[in-house]
Design a protein. Structure first.
Length: 272
């Protein structure tokens, strides 16, 4: 985490009620630029045509209509730890979270994998394509703005992943020091695969036991390796009075070109 970026709370204004319909660039644009500069040190920033209407920098603050949902916009429910966009083959390599305000010091939860706590048999299973991770609801049409059939078409890949339920591994890379793609809330294990269920349950317990709390206050920027760490958020009581926790989020890839098949043109940074 990098700390010390001072800015005027009055300049950025109150925490918005919703990300839809906001004037862009907003008064917090200098803070968004800072995150984009940070992202350039790690790789290339990108966004999703299916998330927050395709904005590169996402807003994270409580929305009353989502207070009980598994979304960054929730508040009352625990946001279960997860790999960002774990369902997608071109998910981010790094995730950047910049805090504009956090008066209640609401913690972000962060955790890594202690491989020594898993058996060799379970590790073997977790490297095999035996698990389904569904797209989270932030990528669904109901949580975006649709004005035409053409805009609806950008969700075709997401819908195909939901319909076809492809299986994949939860661990990948080196078996000595593996990477993770985890999202327990949206993960399912085939009923006829008891070995996969056993390995999954063991993995969940190991990661869950290693979770710790990190508080990002105003001016703090949290950097997460999306291959090695999972993150979430503890529940909190939102006030909806303009003073609630407000973060900015940027997804970063080390190689934008590898996602070319998912982007409309070579120049765009939006996957869809």
């Amino acid at each position: 985490m990098v700390s010390g970026h001072d800015f005027d709370q009055d300049r950025i204004g109150p925490t918005p009620e919703h990300w839809r319909g906001r004037r862009r660039p907003g008064p917090e644009f200098p803070e968004e630029l800072l995150l984009m500069l940070y992202s350039a040190l790690l790789g290339e920033p990108f966004g999703w045509a299916t998330q927050q209407d395709g904005h590169l920098v996402h807003d994270i603050f409580p929305i009353r209509a989502h207070e009980n949902d598994q979304l960054g916009m929730g508040s009352k429910e625990l946001l279960t730890w997860h790999t960002e966009d774990a369902f997608h083959p071109y998910r981010s390599d790094y995730l950047i979270l910049g805090a504009l305000r956090n008066p209640d010091h609401v913690p972000t939860t962060v955790g890594e994998l202690d491989l020594s706590s898993l058996s060799a048999d379970d590790i073997d299973v977790l490297f095999e394509p035996r698990f389904h991770i569904a797209p989270d609801e932030s990528h669904l049409p109901k949580n975006n703005t649709l004005a035409s059939e053409e805009e609806t078409a950008r969700f075709a890949t997401i819908q195909r992943m939901i319909d076809e339920r492809p299986l994949g591994p939860l661990l990948y890379g080196s078996r000595v020091d593996p990477y993770m793609r985890l999202d327990p809330y949206f993960t399912s294990v085939p009923e006829n695969d008891p070995d996969a269920r056993r390995a999954y349950d063991a993995l969940f317990k190991v990661v869950d036991a290693a979770m710790r709390e990190v508080v990002a206050d105003q001016g703090d920027v949290l950097f997460i390796d999306n291959h090695r760490a999972v993150h979430g958020r503890l529940p909190f009581r939102a006030r909806y009075d303009g003073t609630d926790r407000w973060l900015k989020r940027v997804c970063v890839t080390s190689d934008l070109r590898r996602s070319r098949e998912m982007r409309a043109t070579a120049r765009t940074r939006l996957l869809g």
